[in-house]
Design a protein around this ligand. Structure first.
Ligand code: 5GP
Ligand code: ZN
Length: 121
């Protein structure tokens, strides 16, 4: 999809700070980082959200998590821990309609309870 920004970034048609790329996924830095390390794992196939995935995509989603784990390890986030997040639809605040897995780390991120009490991710 040429009009989709994450389709364009994932195949190198639009600029981004790319950290990792293979046949199926790309990983790049979030333009508005919410943590010292804030990366996005994006499939090269256009899928609007997790809610739109089908059975044939299960392997791809597993690969996204495997790549996230590898990149997190490369950044040494595994030592103190990190967060992986899929936002899905309106209530989650998803703003880009192309599936992406957030990798957040490099500082304490707050518990889920603290986030539900109003602090930002
Ligand atoms: P969402 O809320 O949809 O889960 O998160 C989308 C994320 O994509 C946001 O954190 C936002 O800062 C990031 N983002 C939006 N547009 C761009 C872009 O053009 N380039 C990059 N690198 N990140 C983007
Ligand atoms: Zn797309």
């Amino acid at each position: 999809m040429d009009e989709c920004i994450f389709c364009r970034i994932s195949v190198g048609k639009s600029p981004a700070n790319i950290e990792y790329s293979d046949n199926d996924v790309a990983v790049f830095w979030d333009i508005n980082p919410r943590a010292p390390v804030h990366l996005l794992v994006v499939p090269k196939k256009h899928i609007p959200s997790v809610d739109d995935m089908s059975e044939v995509d299960e392997k791809l989603f597993g690969h996204m998590i495997g790549v996230a784990r590898k990149v997190a390890k490369d950044k040494e986030l595994n030592k103190d821990g990190y967060r992986l997040v899929f936002n899905v639809g309106k209530n989650s605040g998803q703003i880009v309609d192309h599936v992406h897995l957030h990798i957040l780390g490099g500082q304490p991120l707050g518990t889920m309870n603290e986030q539900m009490n109003g602090s930002q991710l």
